[in-house]
Design a protein around this ligand. Structure first.
Ligand SMILES: CC(=O)[C@@H](O)[C@H](O)COP(=O)(O)O
Ligand SMILES: NCC(=O)COP(=O)(O)O
Length: 249
């Protein structure tokens, strides 16, 4: 069964635009869980453009009380700064069930690539071990076509397939062009004993075709499209629709 983790970054974007408390990240996360989301994802960034450390602490309390997964994403190499304690410290303080390591820099508008595992394996091995010591499952952000052997050697339990190229190909009306690399990489990962997550720009339009083609995906984390769709249809209805998609096989 594919599990749905709702990324609530975009709720914080809207809240931060006025500096007040609304929309309330915790309330939105609660609505998502009540509607059937299996977990909550956040990707706090060092510039605190959306999710802040305090949000992570509050969401950790919520998810722990509800017995559901909190997935914290971030660049483990980004140094702490004012208002951002760093990914390792955040995980030490909140003990999320899963941490997703993403190799992106502050200047990026959003995540747009996975790790070069062969190059970064030596740096990842001790880091993965430190997250394990905190009790976190570790997932590594990976491009379709990534070196799965090197990813496996880092000690992580899962990869998260970066699905931006899938969404782009789907929008451009040539979905079949993107699929073979995802199918191949997911297959190699599963054969190597890794779990496979997927995320970035997944939407109600493109999710079912992706899951149908790529096979067993342990978890999808979805934020931008889901929150956008919720503006039209409501958060509860939208989460229920995603659940219907991930539940249908
Ligand atoms: C890791 C990933 O795929 C990103 O989609 C991310 O979680 C979204 O981050 P932003 O909301 O900052 O664009
Ligand atoms: N890991 C991907 C994620 O959390 C959400 O990405 P997006 O749906 O906001 O593009």
């Amino acid at each position: 069964m594919t599990r749905l983790s709702v990324n609530v970054n975009k709720i914080a974007v809207l809240r931060n635009s006025r500096g007040g408390r609304e929309p309330d990240v915790l309330r939105a996360a609660t609505v998502c869980l009540d509607a059937g989301a299996h977990g909550i994802t956040v990707h706090p960034r060092p510039d605190a453009r959306h999710i802040r450390a305090d949000d992570v602490y509050a969401l950790a309390r919520l998810t722990s009380a509800r017995g559901v997964e909190l997935n914290i994403e971030g660049n483990p190499f980004a140094p702490p700064r004012d208002g951002y304690p760093g990914l390792l410290a955040l995980c030490e303080q909140t003990r999320p069930a899963q941490v997703t390591l993403v190799p992106d820099g502050d200047a990026q508008l959003t995540s747009d690539h996975g790790f070069d595992f062969a190059r970064e394996q030596a740096a990842l091995v001790p880091l993965v071990a430190r997250f394990h010591a905190l009790g976190c499952r570790v997932s590594l952000f990976a491009d379709a076509g990534a070196d799965i052997g090197a990813a496996r050697a880092s000690g992580a339990e899962r990869i998260e397939l970066y699905t931006g190229p899938w969404a782009e190909a789907f929008d451009a009306g040539r979905p079949a062009s993107a699929l073979p690399a995802f199918v191949e990489t997911a297959g190699c990962a599963r054969a190597a004993g890794l779990g496979v997550n997927a995320g970035h720009d997944l939407s109600q339009a493109n999710l079912a075709a992706f899951l149908d083609a790529v096979g067993r995906i342990d978890e999808v984390s979805i934020g931008h499209a889901l929150i956008s769709e919720a503006l039209y249809d409501g958060l509860e209805t939208t989460v229920r629709r995603y659940r219907a998609i991930v539940d249908r096989d």
